[in-house]
Each structure stands twice: as structure tokens, then as C-alpha cells.
Design a protein around this ligand. Structure first.
Ligand SMILES: Cc1cc2ncn([C@H]3O[C@H](COP(=O)(O)O)[C@@H](O)[C@H]3O)c2cc1C
Ligand SMILES: O=C(O)c1cccnc1
Length: 349
């Protein structure tokens, strides 16, 4: 399933890109006046292979939840059980992600890919466990490569079934106490940036905890074999990173744009990009998180974030906030008159 998905991902279509740029310049506005939004619409045209690209509605958020053995190293101030408690909150509709999803009309699907407990069944909860939390990545591999592949394929199948159900835009979400530690390790491994530069304060840690977190990330990078993308993922990643990488690949393979959330999605997108370099053509960076590793990941992916509101929450919140902007960018391509059709005189010279 993974190989087939990778093989189905096409780079941006040059003809659709050129058509979209030309169309932007015929619309009744000074060329370039919509700034970054013009580039967003052009990117979506390239990804879809047609200009104008389809409207990215309806949108579907998938929140991948998992626990982390590295939590035992004291890298997060929050107890591990907050992961499962927040899953219950998502399915009850009580989290920030639910409020933002309602605001933009996105559906919310929660996927247990490795929470360290059995959760109460709920209609919006999919159980696709690759394990009950990862092993401590600072002591050895977080998971086996077969487990990583299983979680990646879970993400692919969630993307596929959301698209089969009518979704025309996928938004990434995550929940997993201590997952900013695994994110920093993945980002350091894939970008080559030093652990100290990409390790942030997650949910809010003091200086002493931050120093310990950087040391934990360094240890993770030295005790694990970092080679093939899946080996690196299995060594220092989390089950939600693996599933998110699959979700991103699955959306791209299905021809549907994927709006990335924050640092966890950024780390997962690096895995996806290492497996299928063209995948970034199908992604939109929803926002830039306050986590320093996120900017490093986006730079490596060649993506420019749409929103910068100092968010540091995850769950998909930054991706959800960007969705109306992406919709507006595409709507312009469908609905704005051209100079010819509206009888507006173009600039001279
Ligand atoms: C109540 C609560 C809700 C959250 N929603 C997302 N996160 C975010 O914070 C966690 C990562 O930060 P760290 O690595 O510092 O533990 C992840 O679960 C992420 O999704 C939350 C964290 C908390 C505490
Ligand atoms: O960038 C994020 O998405 C993020 C930052 C801090 C904690 N959780 C998530």
C-alpha cells in the first residue's frame, strides 16, 4: 500500500501552473496584488493538474493520537494520561480543534494510532493501534520498522477513506503528550540542524527542562540508526508522526491538497518528503508555530506558512485557521471577472 501510494504522487503539473499564473493576471486586480494568496491558488492548480483548481471543500481534519515512551525522561510538564483525556474531549466536541473545525466547516475524525490505553468507543474515533505508546527513543528505537509501516499505512487508509467520503481538502491534526520531543529529533535528523536549534518549549517548559529535552534529543540521535527514512522514523518518531506521514502521502496520491498544522505535522511531512519528494507540491503550510523546529522543517519542505499567530497548540488548529484563506484564494480563480469579461481597462505599458 505504501509503495503504491508513493508511486501515485505526481509533481506539480507545469501546464496547470502556467495556466493558473496566466489566469491570475487576467483577473480584475493589479497583477500580484493578492500576494501569497495568488501563489496558493497557483500551487493548488499545479497539484490538481487543472486550472482553476477545485474548491478545497469539504475539508476533513484527522487528529492522530499516540503516546511516547520518552515521556519518562521528564520532557513535558503534562502527565501522559492527558493524551487519552484529550481524545475523549475531541470526540465529545470540547477541544479548540473542534471549535475551529466548526468555524470552517471541517469534519473531525480522531484516530488512535498508539495511545497507551484502550479508549471508550465513539462514532468519530477510529482505533488503528500500532502499539500502546512508543518505547523511549532516547534509549533505542521508538518502534520497529514494521510498526512504523503499519502506522504509515493507517494514515494512508484514513486519507483514502476521507477522500472517498467526499473530502476535497485534508487537514493534519495530532495529540500526544511529549510529541514535540520526537518532532525535534525527526527535524534534526532530516534537516541536519543541531538539536539545540530545533528543540522548543512544547506545552511550556522551564529552562532546566528545556536543557534536559535538548540532551534527550541529542541522545536519541546518537543511539539510533538514522539512515533510510522509515528507519529514522522508527528510531526517533512517534506513531502519530508515522500516521501523519501516511495521511499526507495518501492525500497527495488522491489528488487532494493537504493543509499542514504545526511542528508535529512539519516533522511528519519531512518523512513523507523523504519517501516521495513531490509530496510537498500537494501541501500548504497552514501556519508557523512558535516551536523553532517548525520553521526549519518548513524551510526544508520549501513551504511558506500562511498564518503566524504564535500558536503552539497542535491538534490541527493552525491548519484549520488557514483553511478559509485557502478557500478564498481558490474562489478568486473561479469567480472573479477578467478584464475582458468585465470591460475593465488594463494598465498601460
Ligand atoms: C491540555 C492539552 C491539550 C493539547 N492539545 C494539543 N496539545 C499539544 O501538546 C502536546 C505536545 O507538547 P509536549 O511535547 O510539551 O508534551 C501534544 O499533545 C500536542 O498535540 C496539547 C497539550 C495539552 C496539555
Ligand atoms: O507546533 C505545534 O503544533 C505544537 C507546539 C507545541 C505543542 N504542541 C504542538
Amino acid at each position: 500500500m505504501l509503495e503504491e501510494t508513493i508511486a501515485a504522487i505526481r509533481p506539480a503539473d507545469a501546464r496547470a501552473l502556467a495556466d493558473a499564473r496566466a489566469h491570475q493576471d487576467r483577473l480584475t486586480k493589479p497583477p500580484g496584488s493578492l500576494g501569497v494568496l495568488e501563489e496558493v491558488a497557483v500551487r493548488l492548480a499545479g497539484a490538481a493538474g487543472v486550472s482553476p483548481p477545485p474548491m478545497p471543500v469539504p475539508a476533513a481534519l484527522a487528529i492522530f493520537a499516540a503516546d511516547h515512551g520518552v515521556h519518562a525522561q521528564g520532557v513535558s510538564p503534562w502527565p501522559q494520561e492527558v493524551t487519552q483525556q484529550m481524545v475523549a474531549n475531541f470526540v465529545a466536541g470540547g477541544a479548540v480543534a473542534n471549535a475551529f473545525a466548526a468555524q470552517t466547516g471541517a469534519t473531525v475524525t480522531v484516530v488512535d494510532v498508539g495511545v497507551a490505553a484502550d479508549l471508550a468507543p465513539a462514532p468519530s474515533l477510529l482505533v488503528m493501534k500500532a502499539g500502546y505508546g512508543t518505547a523511549d527513543l532516547s534509549a533505542g528505537p521508538a518502534m520497529g520498522v514494521p510498526q512504523a509501516v503499519q502506522a504509515v499505512e493507517s494514515g494512508i487508509s484514513v486519507a483514502r477513506s476521507l477522500v472517498e467520503g467526499g473530502a476535497r481538502c485534508l487537514i493534519t491534526g495530532d495529540m500526544g503528550i511529549a510529541n514535540t520531543t520526537a518532532s525535534a529529533a525527526l527535524i534534526s535528523a532530516f534537516t541536519g540542524k543541531d538539536a539545540a536549534l530545533v528543540t522548543g518549549r512544547g506545552t511550556g517548559i522551564d529552562d532546566e527542562t528545556h536543557t534536559r529535552k535538548v540532551a534527550v534529543v541529542r541522545r536519541a540521535l546518537s543511539v539510533n540508526r538514522l539512515g533510510e527514512p522509515l528507519e529514522t522514523l522508527a528510531g526517533v518518531g512517534g506513531f502519530e508522526h508515522a500516521a501523519l506521514a501516511g495521511f499526507i502521502l495518501g492525500g497527495a496520491a488522491a489528488g487532494v491538497p493537504v493543509i499542514l498544522d504545526g511542528v508535529i505535522a512539519g516533522a511528519a511531512a519531512l518523512v513523507a518528503q523523504a519517501l516521495a519528494p513531490a509530496v510537498a507540491d500537494h501541501c500548504v503550510a497552514g501556519h508557523r508555530s512558535a516551536e523553532p523546529g517548525h520553521a526549519a522543517a518548513l524551510e526544508h519542505l520549501g513551504l511558506r506558512p500562511l498564518v503566524d499567530l504564535e500558536l503552539r497548540l497542535g491538534e490541527g488548529t493552525g491548519g484549520l485557521l488557514a483553511h478559509p484563506l485557502v478557500c478564498a484564494a481558490v474562489r478568486v480563480m473561479h469567480e472573479v471577472a477578467t478584464f475582458d469579461s468585465a470591460g475593465v481597462t488594463e494598465k498601460s505599458g
